[in-house]
Ligand binder design. Sequence first.
Ligand code: GLV
Length: 326
Amino acid sequence: MPKPKVFVTRLIPQKGLEMVHEVADAEVWQEELPPPYEVLLEKVKGVDGVLTLLTDKIDANLMDVAGKSLKVISQMAVGYDNIDVRAATERGLPVGNTPGVLTDTTADFAWALLMAAARRVVEGDRFTRAGRWKTWGPTLLMGPDVHGATLGIVGFGRIGQAVAKRASGFDMRVIYNDRNRREDLEKAMGAQYAALDTLYAESDFITLHTDLNDTTRHMIDDAAFARMKPTAILINTARGPIVDPNALHRALKDGRIAYAALDVTEPEPIPLDSPLLTLDNILLPPHIASASFQTRNKMATMAAANLAAGLNGARLPNCVNPEVYK
Ligand code: GLV
């Protein structure tokens, strides 16, 4: 029996690729940049499965172009807002993702951004390299304390909770907002529920951990910034479009908040002529919150396992639309 055909949209970590090659006749896109949509359409024609990344637009048209042979869409990410899941479900196609494994790694990185932003780590490095470090300065590169501050967590799912857990070592006051109040966790996590407006007004650090959907798109807008403290630091390791980039630019430029550290932007990558890049009070790593060796390897093997299951007609170990099995 010939192996099923799959298209893998980028070079993923080796372990995952090996698993894919074991179960499928795989074409793997080798370039640094994702395949353009038109190329992707060509590549998926007649495949049995596709292993995707969050940079690939997987819409109804693509599913139809792939055709009846398509059995599974396996995404190497926890988020899947690039995939039209409803269209997949209508076609009986299971969609896989990689939840859980990146929770702690992403929470670690949110903390890396929080600490770096507060204590001006990146600015300090630039200062040294520019030859500006002449002496120990009594007021040089001062920033707010992290310990004892108020941390506002927007979105109290797995990653938001992991961020809260880390805050206890810093004696912080932790407040959170979520569609679903989690009274069951509040005591153990040392976190209190707060209405969004209260969270914005009282937090020294605001960190975003919601998914991107119609209610969270641009939820951090002019009105939200207007409620924040002028000393507030905003951290985003969730999805770029949760923050309105024009409102963010106004807020940072006019000192309505102090600083933003964003692992994700709208759009991605951030265009080099974005006005945000003219500001000093913003830190912009290139969407790397889950990029630890261990986690990216696990994400790749989980995505390969979802793909293999789908090709076999078995239930995906991590399926975002289990309705397809009803
Ligand atoms: C990364 O952003 C992911 O959703 O896994």
